[in-house]
Design a protein around this ligand. Structure first.
Ligand code: URA
Length: 209
């Protein structure tokens, strides 16, 4: 079973409070989401492998560690996932970015892919899937399926807020995927919104209704 890592950091908790607040406007909301994504990048990359290289300080020759050529891919699920891309890229500037767009078929209620553009070497990369609100888990589960269909084997899911229901869906469908989440909330309401949550993440990021 993959691990579920809930961020336990005062900066993230503080910023999340203002992200949740309905009086926070889109500009500030976007900035805060970016900052939280940046802080989460630190935790998500904690187990990247290192190797030694030889360098020379002004004092002496020495060995020092660098990241061991691990190739990363950042995959926002459209549209709300876009809000977390810049924060991640500010810490991981060499990562490639792929996009996955899904809609729910009104008849079957199954998620259907309408857009997918990924780095060509997706099977060699560690993929960080961005889905700010893990509610029913349907979109994240489907997006991860699409990535696996294209050869991806190393996937982490990063969310701002998750409902226990969504976490369970991912754990059951993708037990190899670790989930990183800024906060785990109480439940879903009858409209599949997370409670207390933050409302519609896409609308709040982009100022739509
Ligand atoms: N998507 C959102 O943007 N918000 C929720 O609460 C649930 C799904």
């Amino acid at each position: 079973m993959g691990k579920v890592v809930e961020m336990n950091h005062p900066l993230i908790k503080h910023k999340l409070t203002f992200i949740r607040d309905k009086n926070t406007g889109s500009k500030e909301f976007r900035e805060l989401v970016k900052e939280v994504a940046m802080l989460m990048a630190y935790e998500v990359t904690r187990d990247l492998p290192l190797r030694d290289i030889e360098i020379e300080t002004p004092i002496t020759k020495t060995k020092s560690e660098v990241i061991s050529g691990k190739k990363l891919g950042i995959i926002p699920i459209l549209r709300a996932g876009l809000g977390m891309v810049d924060g991640m890229l500010s810490i991981l500037p060499a990562a490639k970015v792929g996009h996955v767009g899904l809609y729910r078929d009104p008849e079957t209620l199954e998620p259907v892919e309408y857009y997918c553009k990924l780095p060509t070497d997706v099977e060699e990369r560690e993929l960080i899937v961005l889905d700010p609100m893990l509610a029913t888990g349907g979109s994240a589960k489907a997006a991860i399926n699409f990535l696996k269909d294209r050869g991806a084997t190393n996937i982490k899911l990063v969310c701002l807020i998750a409902a226990p229901e969504g976490i369970k869906v991912i754990e059951e469908a993708h037990p190899d995927v670790d989930i990183y989440v800024a906060a785990i909330d109480e439940k879903l309401n009858d409209h599949a919104y997370i409670v207390p949550g933050l409302g519609d993440a896409g609308d709040r990021l982009f100022g739509t209704k």
